[in-house]
Design a protein around this ligand. Structure first.
Ligand code: MIG
Length: 786
């Protein structure tokens, strides 16, 4: 622990005192209250308040101790301190905090009366200036911009949620402010209780955040760009790691595929109808009486064999493993017996086992905040993990049946014995919001222990800040409607801004089941979202791509195929996300700041990586043409490869989803394959769209291992008076890729096009120039003369 200067009460009316540079911040006292501000980095401040002068234990489920202990150098000022990026002002009379950049522009400022207390509850009040817009907060519903709304963080099984239902499945108490005078900033309240964020809903001009108890402990993360804030938020809470490559493929699910025969039939139909497919999901009916870690032997007589047979055709199985363990003593049900023997289940305040109804009937619940319980849980995957490629942690809010609260009583006793927490018991009120994340963590860590060099694949429904380290996610039980298709785009964007780069919505909608048109529209958009999975409720219609007419199948196939052709681009984005923390799917303004105030409705527009922009119709149901406004002139239509006007109209046609490419993109693609496991036949494609800042990246590896060889290469291009120069950087890493040749296509090309020693082909109407090179592992310049 660093030394902090304790100031006596006498000092409270004097200017507050900043600490020495080495301490990385300052402590400010007023009466009994202490405000502690610590600069973890020049741009990240941790703010803790102890109203009675005693800080709670310094521990966190979201931010590891090694990160919390970072310190930036600070310089004291009379009213605070400064870092290399920020100036921290504290008003000694009120402890009001104002953070500016070094030019004096306000990034975030407290409102008058910055802290209100009521028993254990607290409210922090900050200014909500005109012109600021608020995002993130996980999968919450409502409008994309959270300004004017109010939200509660409480993980909730929200079956059939509506466009304004709150709370739903996740609690990520992180808000991103964009558009303010000092640039974007983030606010992360590291408090696991039922916290809330109010963006000027209750009180005009006031951003209020609070919780009923728990630490007053938040992080103020400066940008100035939104991307810098999100990256820094993931410096704190962790980056979403590179998933296994198959997770980027098309995934087919239904509640439930009822038998071995049905699963084989789905795999066969996918092949017959030419639908590339990587994953089939097993929902609860694959189990014996809904008991996690069992198999219904009548329906699935040989799961390993099924998995192996599918695997030989490039398809993997992901299976559900809910956390509620059937309370089935003396029945030879190992998860119950071993969990009971090890003391791994939650208890009532009187020490008796907490038993409540969920899918298996009476169930017990693992105490995931104990490291020992997580290790026990992880061990349950032994055996299953040999054949099943990934696991699905549903119901981990946790959901409980037959109770109005939909979850367990707040006085259920958890034991904390983990990380840098002091071992102690804790109420469910404290643990509720982290329970699902610790469930996913236990699964992730367990899989890693069983297969130390394989990237674990876990999908979780509930989450707290930092869940991206352990699992991908989806938006739960959405509905089959155009409104929910729109809502899903908002949710996935906000999840990405909340660190959860890998998310999907049930394509087609879960509740109700999609009409053929809705499913086709949703598949088209879903093909450009991070996790691409069709899923539907039990009594819903069939929603496999081939379920409707040949016309619908053909359109759906076209979009699924487009996804597979883009795999080299998508995989390079994925790898960059794992390092930098950028979302995979982003609001247009993430990379193009002018688009915070776009010239037309961009509610259904987003980018996939920086270079592809999807402009879906804001309301396809109207059947009317809509405006597309691109971030600048010079963009290209992805499908035709032709340049398009910066502002133009599109019709919401069923078979067209407008997708555009940034001028300056070198887009890697591959020949069509029927799964990510299939080795593409033919050259790697490089599509060059000339423009400013022209570059592309290649990243490849075996797609599955954590510590294997990799391949990384940068390619740039420059428009010259004579034509175009293409520069291959030297390849890094020892991985040997599948391609032997590279097929280059230059778009928007009007000249002749000669490349020394290489035959080129011009297509005048497509305005392309094409040529094939042998693979280019070394640095190499290709001059193309007009
Ligand atoms: O009470 O496992 O959100 O995707 O199909 C419903 C059955 C439990 C909820 C999940 C949904 C899944 C369903 N589950």
């Amino acid at each position: 622990m660093r030394m902090l200067v304790a100031l006596c009460l006498l000092l409270w009316t004097l200017p507050a005192v900043a600490q020495t540079p080495a301490s990385g911040g300052g402590e400010f006292v007023r009466g009994a209250a202490v405000l502690r501000i610590t600069a973890l980095t020049p741009e990240i401040l941790r703010v803790q308040i102890a109203p009675q002068g005693r800080f709670p234990e310094d521990a966190s489920w979201a931010i590891p101790a090694s990160v919390r202990s970072r310190r930036a150098t600070v310089t004291p000022r009379t009213d605070g301190f400064e870092t290399a990026a920020l100036v921290v002002h504290v008003d000694p009379a009120t402890l009001r905090l104002t953070v500016t950049d070094r030019a004096g522009k306000t990034i975030a400022a407290d409102a008058a009366d910055p802290l209100r207390l009521e028993g254990d509850a607290f409210t922090l009040r900050k200014a909500l200036p005109l012109g600021e817009h608020y995002f993130a907060l996980g999968d919450k519903t409502g409008p994309f911009d959270r300004r004017g709304a109010s939200y509660v963080n409480w993980n909730t099984d929200a079956f059939g949620y509506e466009g304004t239902t709150d709370p739903i499945y996740k609690s990520i108490p992180f808000a991103l402010s964009v558009g303010g005078a000092g640039g974007a900033y983030g606010l992360f309240l590291d408090n696991t209780r039922r916290s809330w964020f109010d963006f000027g809903h209750r009180e005009e001009g006031v951003l209020a955040i609070g919780a009923p108890a728990g630490p007053i402990d938040y992080y103020l993360i400066a940008g100035p760009t939104p991307a810098e804030v999100v990256r820094r938020y993931t410096d704190l809470t962790g980056k979403a790691p590179l998933p296994p490559r198959w997770a980027l493929g098309y995934q087919q699910s239904r509640y439930s595929y009822m038998s071995d025969a049905e699963v084989r039939d789905i795999a066969g139909k996918a092949r017959e109808s030419g639908i590339p497919l990587d994953v089939i999901w097993l929902d609860i009916d694959f189990q014996d009486r809904n008991r996690p870690f069992t198999t219904n032997a009548a329906a699935y007589p040989d799961l390993k064999r099924l998995a192996a047979d599918l695997r030989s055709t490039g398809i993997r199985l992901v299976a559900i493993t809910d956390l509620h363990i059937a309370a089935a003593p003396d029945q030879g049900y190992a998860p119950y017996d071993s969990g009971k023997a090890g003391g791994h289940f939650l208890t009532n305040p009187d020490g008796s086992l907490y038993v409540a109804p969920v899918w298996p009937g009476p169930a017990v619940f693992p105490d995931f905040t104990r490291a020992a319980t997580r290790a026990w849980w992880g061990g349950l995957y032994k055996g299953l993990a040999d054949g099943i490629a990934g696991f699905w942690n549903d119901m981990n809010e946790p959901a409980i049946f037959e109770t109005p609260s939909k979850t367990m009583p707040l006085d259920i006793v958890h034991r904390i014995d983990s990380d840098d927490f002091a071992p102690r018991s804790a109420s469910h009120a404290e643990i509720h919001n982290v329970y699902g994340m610790e469930n996913a963590r236990a699964t992730h860590d367990g899989l890693l222990k069983l297969q130390p060099d394989a990237r674990p694949f876990v999908m979780t429904r509930a989450a707290y800040a930092g869940a991206q380290r352990y699992a991908v996610t989806w938006t739960g039980d959405n509905s089959s409607s155009p409104e929910h298709l729109r809502l899903s785009v908002q949710q996935l964007l906000n999840l990405g801004l909340s660190g959860m780069a890998w998310s999907g919505a049930d394509v087609g909608g879960f509740v109700g089941g999609a009409s053929p048109e809705l499913l086709t529209r949703w598949v088209a958009i879903g093909a450009f979202t991070p996790i691409f999975r069709v899923h539907v409720t039990k009594d819903g219609p069939r929603t496999e791509p081939w379920a409707d007419s040949p016309e619908h199948l053909a359109i759906r196939r076209k979009f699924i195929e487009a996804r597979y052709r883009l795999l080299p681009y998508l995989y390079a984005v994925a790898e960059e996300t794992a390092r930098a923390g950028d979302p995979v799917m982003r609001p247009v303004w993430y990379d193009y700041p002018s688009q915070l105030a776009p010239a037309c409705d961009q509610s259904m527009s987003f980018t996939l990586g920086r270079d592809l922009l999807v402009a879906a119709p804001p309301r396809y149901e109207t059947g009317r043409a809509y405006d597309v406004c691109l971030p600048s002139a010079g963009w290209y239509d992805y499908w035709s490869g032709l340049p398009v006007a910066e502002k133009h109209k599109e019709m919401p046609a069923l078979d067209r989803l407008p997708v555009y490419v940034r001028p300056g993109t070198i887009l890697p693609r591959q020949p069509l394959a029927r799964s990510t496991a299939e080795v593409p036949q033919g050259p790697l494609e490089l599509h060059v769209y000339p423009g400013p800042d022209c570059h592309g990246a290649l990243y490849w590896d075996d797609g599955a291992s954590l510590h294997g060889a990799t391949l990384r290469q940068e390619i740039t291009c420059t428009v010259t008076p004579q034509g175009l120069t293409l520069d291959f950087g030297k390849r890094a890493g020892a991985y040997r890729p599948w391609w032997k040749e590279i097929a280059v296509t230059i778009h928007g090309w009007d000249g002749d096009g000669r490349v020394k020693g290489i035959r080129t082909t011009r297509d005048v109407s497509a305005r392309t120039l094409s040529f094939t090179l042998k693979d280019q592992p070394g640095a190499k310049r290709i001059e193309i003369v007009r």
